[in-house]
Design a protein around this ligand. Structure first.
Ligand SMILES: [Fe+2]
Length: 211
């Protein structure tokens, strides 16, 4: 199952990379570097797959996964969402904040698929899912040493009060950039996120802080 997820992630990020390459062949963008790094690491992981035991822990927001419809979704999105639905009870869902608000406790959680804490072991990169219940405001936050990207698997989500992002949107938050999200009022938001370490510290146990 995890091996399949790795293949699906490789497919999704390779597609993003070819999209950027073919549409902006002359541009040397940060997004291009970011995607090249991810695809390179994913290819490496396929040859050196190390699965580690994780504890499973759910959170209230996980119940919204069943409401995410697969109808009208492209096959690559269908596959990965379906996999997540099947795996959800075996994963470690967390908040990452020391004192999450009651709203966060009820309407938000994330889970790592690749990272220093597994289940697919990697020290240099984290890939996981963020799930927001409908009508949830994810407050301003930043991660000082970490470059982050969001690939939106569902739509529509308001980003930094400036853009409405549809399914398949790809956003990069440079290390230290403040960002905030607001999910649609009647559907949950599911995001595939990546973290690439840009500092000297470890990605393990990185503590998130709201602004
Ligand atoms: Fe973030």
């Amino acid at each position: 199952m995890l091996k399949n997820i790795l293949d699906e992630l490789t497919l999704l990020y390779s597609k993003e990379l070819s999209f950027v390459k073919s549409n902006f062949p002359k541009e040397d963008t940060i997004i291009l570097k970011h995607l090249k790094f991810i695809v390179g690491k994913l290819e490496k992981l396929k040859n050196q797959l190390e699965i580690i035991e994780i504890k499973s822990e759910t959170k209230p927001v996980v119940s919204y996964l069943s409401q995410i419809s697969l109808e009208n979704k492209a096959d690559d999105y269908k596959m990965i969402i379906n996999h997540l639905k099947k795996l959800k009870d075996k994963l470690f869902w967390r908040y990452g904040y020391q004192a999450p608000s009651q709203e966060m406790i009820e309407k938000y959680a994330y889970t790592e698929i690749i990272g220093p804490e597994g289940p697919i072991y990697s020290e240099e990169m984290i890939i996981g899912f963020v799930l927001l219940a409908p009508d949830f405001y994810y407050p301003k936050h930043r991660h000082s040493q970490i470059e982050e990207s969001y690939l939106f698997l569902t739509g529509k989500t308001i980003y930094n009060k400036q853009a409405i992002l549809a399914e398949r949107s790809f956003i990069l938050n440079k290390a230290g950039k403040v960002h905030e999200l607001k999910s649609d009022s009647d559907q949950a938001t599911l995001i595939l996120y990546t973290w690439i370490n840009k500092g000297a510290g470890s990605l393990k146990d990185y503590q998130l802080n709201l602004e």
